[in-house]
Design a protein around this ligand. Structure first.
Ligand SMILES: C[S@@+](CC[C@H](N)C(=O)[O-])C[C@H]1O[C@@H](n2cnc3c(N)ncnc32)[C@H](O)[C@@H]1O
Ligand code: SF4
Length: 412
């Protein structure tokens, strides 16, 4: 179903629109055939399916299509609903309930989406390493050629688990360490011991070295809050000293307003600037949010660069028109964010949504729950379709207006 005329984006010339329409048809046909055409190995078929699906998603987005034939490229599955810690900024410490950890059978319900997806993130609000089926789930993901990595509090990261994760070939491990000192870390990460977590992170790097691997990448994750901002530079040093590949930082969500860095943007920006400098000196990859507006508080962050210049993937079969050029960003007047065209997030309570900022419905139309529908059907649920329509119409719902992560990039 195409959006009604009034919602259709004012894209570009008729010839471009026609080229995209032809491209969509050819991509659909190529996708339908990719598992039956001869002379391809199964991994090659999987790769083709993922590439064609990504191209189809881009063309559908550019063409203003809201009921999609392409499937999600990124899937978040909350395989652990329980946690052994109670960090002060986490929803689990603020009334969010725990849920039973998922079984392998629950993950298998998503298999119809795995052939065309690129990556799965088995991190929800809980501790993935507390799920005893996690390794079987990872094996399932890798059988479908998916990239998979997750966040962990690393309290349960034994030497044996580190070795299994490295040998399995996970893409990336993110270890959450929210303070560079024992005092700050343990005041935030209730139930964890600083020496244990840092020791487990070091042991992971050591094991990777012993096995002669440079992957999976190890990233240290830090949630930036009032009470740990002053240790950001030391966190950069600690991450480098551990031998991590990078430090990934994000601002604490508004769930805990008194912790928000926006309460003191001048100090926050000073710490960020200093940390960037030290990270550059240490050659550590440092992912950090943009500086906060000064002196005003809580203005939405600017959208990422509006480039959509995602090239057609190299391995797409010749049947797919690689020459279909993405529309210049300036012509994508009605477009607002690509997440609803590429990502499916499942929440601990079973709600499905396109990102971590919007939770369950738009205009009273629910995104749907995995208890009620199959995952494939939820991708085009009434709420998902309405959200796409509103974004194309330039009428984003309030959650989207306040969102600092919206993006016009189709690739993540
Ligand atoms: C919910 S945890 C689950 C994985 C694992 N238990 C851990 O702590 O890494 C995933 C990530 O969310 C972060 N997080 C928790 N509460 C947050 C909040 N209020 N705002 C932003 N990030 C938060 C955690 O620090 C962690 O990096
Ligand atoms: S370890 Fe992770 S899931 Fe557990 S309480 Fe802390 S942030 Fe939440």
């Amino acid at each position: 179903m195409n959006p009604p005329e009034t919602l259709a984006p004012d894209l570009d010339s008729p010839s471009r629109a026609q080229a995209r329409s032809d491209g969509i048809e050819q991509a659909r046909q190529a996708l339908a055939k990719v598992f039956v055409v001869p002379n391809l190995t199964y991994p090659q078929r999987l790769q083709h399916a993922k590439d064609i699906n990504a191209l189809l998603a881009l063309l559908e987005f550019q063409s203003g299509i809201v009921e999609l034939e392409s499937r999600p490229q990124l899937i978040d599955l909350p395989v652990a609903g329980k946690c052994n810690l109670r960090c002060t900024m986490c929803g689990l410490s603020h009334g969010d309930p725990s849920y039973p950890n998922w079984t392998l059978a629950e993950v298998q319900r998503f298999e119809p989406l795995f052939k065309t997806a690129r990556s799965v993130n088995p991190t929800g609000a809980g501790e993935p390493l507390s799920n005893r089926d996690l390794f079987s789930m990872l094996e399932l993901f890798f059988g479908y050629g998916l990239a998979a990595g997750f966040f962990t509090n690393a309290t349960l990261l034994t030497a044996e688990k580190s070795e299994r994760l490295i040998r399995l070939g996970i893409t990336q491990l993110n270890i959450s360490i929210d303070g560079a000192t024992k005092e700050t870390f343990e005041a935030i990460r209730h139930g964890a011991k600083f020496e244990t977590v840092v020791g487990n992170a070091r042991a992971f790097v050591q094991k990777r070295r012993e096995l002669g691997r440079d992957r999976p990448a190890l990233q240290i994750g830090m949630v930036l809050m009032q009470e740990n901002m002053h240790e950001l530079v030391d966190m950069v040093r600690l991450a480098a000293d551990i031998g991590a590949n990078g430090l990934y930082t994000m601002f604490v969500s508004p769930l805990v307003p008194e912790k928000m860095c926006a309460r003191d943007p001048v100090r926050t920006n000073r710490c960020l600037r200093e940390a960037r400098k030290v990270a550059a000196e240490l050659k550590l990859h440092f992912h950090a949010p943009a500086d906060l507006p000064e002196p005003k508080i809580a203005a939405p962050l600017p959208v990422e660069s509006a480039s959509l210049a995602a090239p057609a993937p190299a391995s797409v079969p010749a049947a797919v028109p690689q020459a279909v050029a993405p529309a210049p960003a300036a012509q994508l007047k009605g477009h607002y964010c690509t997440y609803p065209w590429k990502q499916m997030v499942v929440w601990n309570d079973g709600n499905v949504s396109p990102c971590c900022r919007i939770r369950d419905q738009v205009d009273g139309l629910p995104f749907g729950q995995i208890q009620d529908s199959e995952p494939e059907a939820l991708w085009n649920s009434a709420g998902m379709v309405r959200l796409r329509e509103r974004l194309l119409a330039g009428k984003p719902p309030p959650d989207c207006v306040a969102c600092p992560i919206r993006t016009l990039h189709m690739q993540s």
